[in-house]
Design a protein. Structure first.
Length: 217
């Protein structure tokens, strides 16, 4: 489905997959419709199609990753973690899934009412997931930003994490993704590594790297 462009083409594709599925029920068609809905930013409806695809027997790492992504979009981190864990067991080298896991752990670490150890453990899991995503070739500016946020959380109790937080934020900036004003970095703005970021100009803006994948490729 790499040749689809724009909401109109995706909408037409959704109708085609639904029509095909109504004639000959297929988990593959359900997953494809879910993907098109994900591409048009309809995570709630897309999730329903991915769930139907799984129930139909089309249970793949891509479907689980995409369903987890939709769960994150609708603020259901508990379900997202379940689906990412299944995807991880199926295919440990799916790069975008590791980025999604990194973002999941960052979100979970920011929940209130947790102990310092729980937060530290989640941050370490997030950093490990981000490193794995980068190792597998998904070193997008967005991943660099999410990694910087994880290190910024770690820096609340470990000053040695300030430097890597700044390094990853600099890498995001070089990719045209300027999020220096994000509140995650508020407690670090007066540190020397972050002061050094102040005068830098963003690099050329790059297309956003999706955290979901075509499940029928």
């Amino acid at each position: 489905m790499a040749n689809l462009e724009g909401p109109d083409q995706f909408t037409a594709a959704i109708l085609d997959f639904q029509s095909s599925d109504s004639k000959i029920p297929s988990g593959r068609a359900k997953a494809a419709a879910g993907y098109c809905l994900t591409c048009t930013d309809q995570p709630h409806v897309a999730a329903q199609f991915y769930e139907r695809a799984i129930k139909s027997g089309f249970d793949t790492p891509a479907v689980r990753n995409n369903l987890g992504y939709c769960c994150l979009k609708r603020a259901d981190s508990k379900s997202a973690r379940v689906h990412f864990d299944v995807a991880l067991n199926m295919e440990p080298n799916l790069a975008v899934m590791h980025h999604n896991r990194a973002l999941l752990f960052w979100l979970e670490a920011r929940r209130t009412g947790q102990s310092k150890k729980e937060i530290d453990d989640l941050v370490l899991l997030g950093i490990a997931a981000a490193k794995k995503a980068a190792l597998l070739g998904h070193a997008s500016p967005e991943l660099q930003f999410d990694t910087a946020r994880l290190y910024a959380l770690a820096a609340q109790s470990d000053p040695s994490m300030i430097e890597p937080a700044a390094d990853h934020l600099r890498a995001a900036l070089a990719g045209g993704y300027d999020r220096r004003k994000d509140t995650t970095f508020a407690h670090l703005r007066n540190s020397e590594p972050f002061k050094n970021l102040a005068g830098l100009q963003p690099g050329p803006e790059q297309p956003i790297a999706p955290r979901y994948v075509d499940p029928i490729r």
